[in-house]
Design a binder for this molecule. Structure first.
Ligand SMILES: [Zn+2]
Length: 439
């Protein structure tokens, strides 16, 4: 079984806890009095950070919210008060991919950028990537951190990187084939988009050497039907991974694929809380992931409310790792759930239903309000050559059977719906509640 850091990945959980606490104390010591954002935050809460001597002390620290990081940025532009060190110490800047509003900038020092690379080393090793691999990055290499850190991870493993920025989909496919790519990193949506382009252009995907896809940016790789569809189209195994610009690459899927992702517990502390109250949920229950990164003193997040819903499973995995898992990957966003006529609806549940239809290429879900009642409207793009009317009726039936809700399903013209490279946004709310904008 390939490990990146076997000693820690298989350590007894008490030893992992000790290691985490050790790193936490070192981090707190390093940033106290120096990081303006946390120094003030903890002062305001009346907490002397250096008094933190146990995990229960740690849990007295206030949560950190993305909105606070945004304020910290506005207060001292361009990098904000959460930048611990003088600007000269930093060698990288990235910003979140949000398409609306001001992006959040994050900065890294050479040390924290190495740390990002180590985290990606975990992701890649767990997917059995080796020095013999050629890793194609279907990514635009803009200011979004995305797969930039993957380059560092590949370097640590000794694999070859094939950067695919500035290319369109068919050019990327040709490059993958011509250079013998064996691993492709992209979002699950884009893997499906590439398959769609291959079909249109009569390009044989399955004749390529690609055996592994590593996904990020959206939860699709853990949506069972999306995953199996990608694996079938590509004749390759696909691996999920989760991370965020302000947190780091925190979770990965191992080769055993137990239906979830491992948290890199040697580099992160996870807590799972009830979104409304912030109280820790009992182990195994769904709650919001609160994360602390331990290797980014130059731009730390401590008890950070990610908004991602997870179910933590600390049982050892068949792969030999003792790192806890998030069963089912990221299960959605805490602010994503809509209740329609008494039924709780999560975007991922709808995705799982629609992805069983191989003839649906892209879809968009909109929650609207009709006569004071919320209503589910789904638009689908159907692969040409199929009976669109029949598929429309079948999708409607499938949603009705699974959710006991009668949606309106409409067929969109080919190409009418957005096709995404990063961060698909297929779920819209026009019912008066605010639209969720992750990342
Ligand atoms: Zn495992």
């Amino acid at each position: 079984m390939p490990f990146y850091d076997q000693a820690n990945e298989t350590a007894p959980r008490e030893r992992l806890r000790t290691l985490q606490f050790h790193k936490l104390q070192r981090l707190i010591l390093e940033i106290s009095g120096r990081n303006r954002f946390y120094t003030r935050k903890w002062d305001d809460a009346g907490i002397v950070a250096l008094d933190i001597q146990s995990f229960s002390d740690f849990q007295k620290l206030p949560f950190t919210y993305k909105s606070e990081l945004m304020c910290a940025q506005e207060e001292a532009p361009p990098f904000g008060t959460n930048a611990t060190f003088a600007v000269d110490a930093y060698t990288r800047v990235h910003q979140t991919s949000g398409t609306t509003g001001t992006p959040l900038r994050v900065v890294d020092t050479p040390e924290s950028w190495e740390w990002w690379g180590d985290c990606w080393g975990h992701v890649m090793k767990a997917a059995a990537v080796t020095a013999a691999d050629r890793v194609f990055l279907a990514f635009s290499f803009g200011p979004f951190i995305g797969f930039w850190a993957t380059v560092e991870g590949a370097r640590k493993i000794g694999a070859m990187v094939i950067p695919g920025g500035g290319w369109d989909s068919i050019q990327r496919l040709h490059m993958m084939r011509d250079l013998g790519a064996t691993v492709v990193c992209c979002t699950p949506t884009y893997a499906l988009r590439l398959a769609e382009v291959a079909r249109e252009e009569h390009f044989d995907l399955r004749a390529m050497q690609v055996r592994t896809l590593i996904h990020a940016g959206e939860p699709g790789a853990n949506v069972a039907r999306t995953k199996s569809r990608i694996e079938k189209e590509w004749n390759a195994k696909c691996f999920d991974h989760a991370g965020a610009s302000e947190v780091g690459a925190h979770s990965f899927e191992c080769e055993v694929q137990p239906g979830g992702i491992h948290l890199i517990e040697s580099e992160f502390i996870a807590e799972v809380v009830e979104p409304q109250t912030g109280r820790e949920v009992p182990t195994g229950e769904i709650g919001e992931l609160v994360i602390t990164n331990l290797g980014r003193a130059g731009f730390p997040v401590i008890r950070y409310r990610t908004g991602d819903l997870v179910r933590l499973n600390p049982a050892p995995c068949a792969c030999g790792r003792t790192f806890a898992r998030f069963d089912g990957g990221l299960l959605g966003r805490s602010d994503d759930k809509v209740t329609i006529r008494g039924v709780n609806v999560y975007p991922m549940a709808i995705e799982n239903i629609i992805r069983q239809f191989g003839s649906v290429d892209e879809f968009q879900v909109t929650v609207t309000r009709r006569r004071e009642m919320q209503h589910l409207e789904v638009q689908i793009e159907v692969v040409s050559g199929n009976d669109a009317d029949r598929i429309r009726a079948d999708v409607e039936q499938a949603i009705y059977r699974a959710l006991a809700l009668r949606p309106t399903v409409k067929v969109a013209k080919p190409g009418a719906l957005s096709h995404f490279e990063m961060k698909a946004r297929r779920f819209r709310r026009l019912d008066g509640a605010s639209e969720n904008q992750p990342g």
